[in-house]
Design a protein around this ligand. Structure first.
Ligand code: G3I
Length: 417
């Protein structure tokens, strides 16, 4: 009995893996434009979740740690680091030849209280906090020097109105905590790409604040490589025009632009303004959880259209947008099931709870082909890059739906890797 159960489980896992390997892949469809990736949790990068492991290897070229490199996990005590999970994450990326991202060094969330206090629980002085930040960054970035290729150095330092967030970092150190964090990271790994990462940069006020911030950093010669637009979006907000404008605005500053935390919330928003501010919480209410047993067709289609539009917009900025990373792999593990309301059933990603591709997956793949067919001579526009379009690669999936993957040949080398 146990043997046959074992056989069934192994067969199912193998079937899922083989299915994952036979699908067209996001990383190939967009390989000439940008890297496609996902944020991973420990079950995924330790192989505990076989079905997701197969998706990750087949679909993604770059990975981000969802939590394991955050201060609270990697440096929980003043004199105690715990690199056990972070080491496994970096090793997983190396084994699969992926572009490994570090997330994050300086944030107001998931950082222990002791970081800002002395041994007596009193607020630290500016110098002492700078010293602590320096020690943390040197140790963490230094450990993975040459292996983690890009770091979210400062995360979410801005308020919605574009002013600086009153975080303990700002209150104790002052405005230059941002510049110091970048300089410390550069000192620890001079070859690593260094990013400022935030949400809602598509909103004008916040975007203006971020533009000012990046301009100031560049004027001072601070080593910033790129800006991460998180893109925790909903079905209709922000508009693709807003995203377009935002990508152009940062490109004009001479920094790379990355989509770093993509997902699409399909559930009702419990507040007035959509945000990704982790301090927001709302009480559970059945009206806020309308699809506990599956997504209605109409919403599934709306999600597909949204993903097609998003990928169409990103591909329009081929070579300027250098990476598109999903915040998770399947709907099962998405943070969106528990935020801002706990215990909801959300559907924000391209793979469903059974690790199967959703119609939105096809839509994202097809957006690559569509974009190529709209570009002159099959090229995808972008900074001084000519890409020739060589045709479709049509692969029939098990459920007999033809999935179309566009294959592009790149005539010059990638900009990022
Ligand atoms: O590990 C503990 C576990 O031991 C405990 O039993 C459980 C009980 O709730 O909590 C677990 O920790 C959770 C952790 O994720 C790991 O799963 C925390 O409660 C939970 O708050 C934490 O949420 C993370 C959130 O950042 C924290 O701010 C999400 O997973 C993560 O997806 C999210 O990621 C952020 C980005 O870093 C920055 N941009 C926004 C994005 C979404 O909020």
């Amino acid at each position: 009995m146990r043997r046959s159960l074992c056989f069934v489980v192994v067969s199912l896992a193998l079937a899922m893996i083989s299915r994952a390997q036979n699908q067209p892949s996001l990383k190939d469809a967009y390989q000439s434009c940008f890297m496609v990736g996902a944020a991973l949790n420990p079950a995924q990068f330790t192989g505990r979740d076989q079905a997701e492991d197969a998706i990750i290897k087949a679909q993604f070229k770059t990975i981000t740690p969802e939590n394991v490199l955050k201060w609270a996990i990697v440096h929980p005590k003043p004199d105690g680091y715990d690199f056990a999970l972070a080491d496994k994450y970096v090793e997983f990326g190396a084994q699969n030849r992926m572009f490994v991202i570090g997330h994050n060094l300086v944030w107001h969330s998931q950082v222990p209280k002791w970081v800002f206090e002395d041994a007596n629980g009193k607020p630290l002085s500016r110098d002492a906090l700078l010293q602590r930040m320096h020690e943390h960054i040197s140790k963490v970035v230094g450990r993975y020097r040459g292996r983690i290729k890009g770091w979210d150095v400062v995360n979410e330092a801005l308020n919605d109105d574009g002013t600086l967030r009153q975080s303990p970092w700002l209150k104790i150190i002052g405005e230059d905590y941002i510049e110091k964090a970048f300089r410390f990271a550069h000192e620890a790994d001079p070859d690593a790409q260094l990013y400022y990462n935030d949400y809602s940069l598509e909103n004008e006020a916040k975007r203006k604040g971020a533009i000012e911030l990046v301009k100031k950093l560049k004027e001072k010669g601070v080593p910033i490589t790129g800006v991460g637009l998180q893109d925790h979006v909903s079905l209709d907000s922000p508009t693709t025009d807003q995203i377009d404008t935002t990508i152009n605005a940062f490109n004009q500053l001479g920094v790379k632009v990355m989509i770093t935390e993509l997902d699409v919330d399909v559930l009702p928003w419990p507040g007035s303004n959509p945000t990704a501010d982790v301090s927001m919480h709302a009480a559970a209410d059945p009206k806020l959880n309308p699809y506990p047993n599956g997504l209605p067709d109409a919403v599934q289609q709306a999600l597909s259209r949204r993903y097609a539009d998003l990928f169409g917009t990103y591909a329009k900025h081929c070579g300027v947008v250098t990476r598109v990373t999903f915040w998770g792999v399947t709907d099962k593990d998405s943070w969106k099931n528990d935020w801002p309301v706990k215990g909801r059933t959300n559907y924000p990603l391209l793979f469903d709870r059974n690790a199967q591709p959703k119609p939105a997956f096809d839509a994202a793949i097809q957006a690559a082909a569509k974009r190529a067919s709209q570009s002159p001579a099959g090229s995808i526009g972008g900074r001084a890059r000519r890409l020739s379009y060589t045709g479709f690669n049509v692969a029939a999936s098990e459920n007999a739906t033809a999935r179309i993957a566009a294959t592009f040949l790149i005539q010059n080398s990638r900009t990022e890797s």
